[in-house]
Design a protein around this ligand. Sequence first.
Ligand code: NAD
Length: 372
Amino acid sequence: MSKRKITLIPGDGIGPEVSLATQRCIEATGVAVEWETVHAGSDIMEKRGTPLPEDVLDSVRKNRVAIKGPITTPVGSGFRSVNVALRKELDLYACLRPCKLYPGIRSPFSAVGGPAPGGEKIDLIIVRENTEDLYAGIEFEAGSAEARALVQKIIELNPKAKMNPDPAISIKPISQAATERIARFAFETALKNRRKKVTAVHKANIMKCTDGLFLRTAKEVAKAYEGRVAFEDRIVDNMCMQLVQRPNDYDVLVLPNLYGDILSDLCAGLIGGLGVAPGANIGDGIALFEATHGSAPKYKGLNKANPTAMILSGMLMLRYLGEEKAADKLENAVAEVLKEGRFVTYDLKQDRNDPSAVGTSQMADAIIKAMR
Ligand code: NAD
């Protein structure tokens, strides 16, 4: 059997530890994989002068499938986010974040991960647009000549526009083409996963141009799926409240970039925290899988971080590759370990200081054992 070549980007912070745990679990499913390991992030920045060397992009373009550990982004200054750059360079326009509450996990709804209000388990899919919105990286420093020129131009075009002196400016582009693409992706995801409803999330009552276009376009796309997948929309602030109160009322959510980022973390909170929330960034015929969480620098090298989010991202990757049996085997093993609640990291224990919590690699050992 020929081996499937996959790019592995271990990342920085806790990235290398959770990546190794994931590699071991994927290999234990029996799927034949040849890893092509390439490095990006802050450590590489020091060695090679760029946090995203060209060979990383080349490897993903060639292999078409990659899995990545988290990468640190300096706040406010320093290099731009490698994560955002990868999504843009490879046109990974859809961010897929399934949020499923596994039995045994502590959630805000129950001390032991019992049913959410409504009686059923939480099982949502978030589809986030990845290429535009306020994440487009078009920003102007307060007081810069460019920001001042832009303010002047805006006032020239719209004399009613009011701004305080010398604002910093971030631009929010939302296009019909990108919205159509992401809305279609959300409906196709719903069909593929036998889901009943897509909810578009927006703030079109305030941002009539950008979010208004997002909503109108999503409604238009929904027409092609009438009778197969239901459609509705929610204003983002109301959506946050609804998700906390009645998560079972929702199925697949489609959102512009910024709201998608924020609601992904909110939903991660509903299902037990960032340690268990997987994700994928998908383009046409190309995909990069990664956990929702970041590089958690304070746990770097301590064998403490929860590997579940990245292992479940690996499970999503196996499904993407059509390896359904291996994916089921891995997901069932993760579910078994979570349900038993013995060989889990500190964040999954009832008491975070529970001395019986195990480390990253021991949790991976338990998952591998559960697959045998
Ligand atoms: P974070 O996700 O790293 O951490 C938030 C909190 O969750 C921390 O308390 C952390 O210790 C905890 N946590 C996260 N993952 C965990 C795990 N697997 N097990 C146990 N606890 C875990 O978010 P942050 O602190 O906002 O960001 C740290 C860095 O990561 C920043 O530089 C940020 O830009 C970057 N980041 C990268 C990605 C990515 O690579 N896709 C995503 C988000 C943030």
